[in-house]
Design a protein around this ligand. Structure first.
Ligand code: ZN
Ligand code: ZN
Length: 464
């Protein structure tokens, strides 16, 4: 049964945390080395167990009936029969074996498709389209040649030296063939495959010996069947009939190779789609801090996320995205007090990043939580008022600035801000009287020449 990541149901769970009882994909794992053994749990920080590949968690000998039944599909059987028919002409002559080896090239390609299906962790038989895609043919044909050599030699051995010689050939080949198959599955270029021909037995160890034993047992069985058919069946039918179990043995071998190749795909370095996907994911992974936060959020550990965000904000106080994340989280957690306290730092970050246009929307959000909200720092109030006015929210701009001289009597910009407000009142809000009051207030209290000039300009323009 395929285990999915708890937080990414479409991704395979490649890691398991025994403490939290959760499966993770590569995206959800701490450590930047997803292939290595150093993966840690994002939640409890303990080392994770690697989950064996897809279906391959089950040892092959526990589902042996599947492998025995697999080659008995109608498509395979029909194909084997067609391939075997020319043998009716040759009979049990060595030329018959050669004919079978050549006519069986289609069966060989078919075995290649079976092999690749297995490597991708698929249990079902390939469809016609998958067979015709040509994937695996190169490896299949080469495996077939090595395998057909066994059939040919066993036949010759039987003919010249009797059954024991044929059995010896089958057993010897059963030990050698798996490593040839695995090497070709890894790389269908024969020269390259030969370079590492010694590796698979060392990597698979006991499983390699068990596989060789299974192949040998199946080979002995098939050989015995062929001998019986040869003695009992009518002459013309005997050779084609004996060829059927031989074809079965071929597909059985390919299915078994594919299954074990899938189980050991990482160790054997077989390029499967699964491995390529995992690599691509690893390359495109977001930084670990972000991934950790995503996992913590999905697990509902908001306090931990908040602490992590605060730590990141301390390092990058002017990052608008971080500030937004922090504000959203506080909003979701209902921490209005902390949220409003954080507001001024967020505004400052936005102005610094020249994203002042986002201020009006933010003020609206804060006002929903506290209808009287406005920044405390006079510079920020002034900047926010300007952004609000630019966004066409004139009344809000006036509300932000109201009472500025009371709360910040010493701030140097009060005069300019009030002249700005008077303009808004007169031009945008049809409140000339109020505008006049503000202008008079500025004239009375702020006597610097620059402020005076601003007032005079405003009076001329507004006709007050
Ligand atoms: Zn995941
Ligand atoms: Zn854990």
């Amino acid at each position: 049964m395929k285990q999915a990541c708890k937080y990414h149901p479409a991704a395979r769970g490649r890691w398991y945390c025994a403490r939290d009882g959760i499966h993770f994909c590569d995206e959800c794992v701490a450590s930047d080395d997803p292939q290595g053994s150093s993966a840690r749990c994002m939640l409890c920080n303990r080392a994770l167990e690697a989950v064996p590949t897809v279906l391959a968690a089950t040892p092959f000998y526990q589902i042996l009936p599947h492998f025995l039944r697999y080659p008995a599909g109608p498509f395979f059987a029909a194909l084997a029969l067609v391939m075997a028919l020319p043998l009716a002409l040759t009979g049990f002559h060595w030329t018959g074996a050669v004919v079978f080896a050549v006519a069986g090239l289609v069966l060989a390609a078919c075995g290649g498709t079976v092999l690749y299906q297995g490597l991708e962790g698929r249990l079902e038989r390939p469809t016609h389209q998958e067979f015709l895609s040509g994937e695996g043919w190169a490896a299949g044909v080469q495996c077939w040649l090595a395998w057909a050599a066994m059939v040919l030699l066993a036949g010759l051995g039987f003919h010249y030296a009797g059954l024991p010689a044929a059995l010896a050939v089958v057993v010897a080949f059963s030990l050698l063939l798996p490593t040839v198959f695995f090497s070709l599955a890894r790389n269908p270029n024969p020269a390259r495959a030969l370079q590492r021909i010694h590796a698979p037995p060392l990597i698979l160890g006991r499983d390699y010996l068990l596989m060789a034993a299974a192949l040998a047992a199946a080979g002995v069985l098939v050989l015995s069947l062929a001998v019986i058919v040869r003695d009992l069946a009518p002459e013309r039918l005997a050779a084609p009939l004996a060829a059927l179990p031989v074809a079965w043995l071929w597909l059985f071998s390919m299915r078994l190779t594919g299954y074990l190749g899938c189980q050991y795909q990482d160790e054997l370095e077989i390029e499967t789609r699964e491995r390529e996907l995992a690599r691509r994911r690893a390359r495109n992974r977001r930084p670990e801090t972000e991934r950790r936060m995503a996992v913590l959020l999905r697990e509902g550990r908001y306090d931990k996320v908040l602490t992590a965000l605060e730590a990141r904000l301390e390092k990058k106080p002017e990052d608008p995205a971080l500030n937004e994340q922090y504000a959203r989280l506080l909003e979701a957690m209902g921490r209005t007090g902390t949220l409003l306290e954080h507001a001024e730092r967020y505004f400052a970050a936005l102005f610094k990043a020249e994203q002042g246009h986002r201020v009006p929307e933010l003020i609206r959000r804060y006002r929903e939580l506290d209808p009287k909200y406005r920044p405390r720092a006079p510079e920020l109030r002034w900047q926010c008022a300007q952004e609000l006015a630019t966004a066409g929210e004139h009344l809000e701009a006036v509300r932000i600035l109201q009472g500025l001289h009371e709360q910040n009597p010493d701030w140097h910009g009060v005069g300019e801000a009030y002249v700005f407000m008077a303009r808004l009142l007169a031009q945008k809000l049809d409140m000339e009287k109020k505008a006049e009051q503000f202008l008079r207030f500025v004239e009375k209290n702020y006597t610097r020449p620059k402020t005076r000039q601003l007032v005079n300009e405003a009076r001329k323009e507004l006709g007050l």
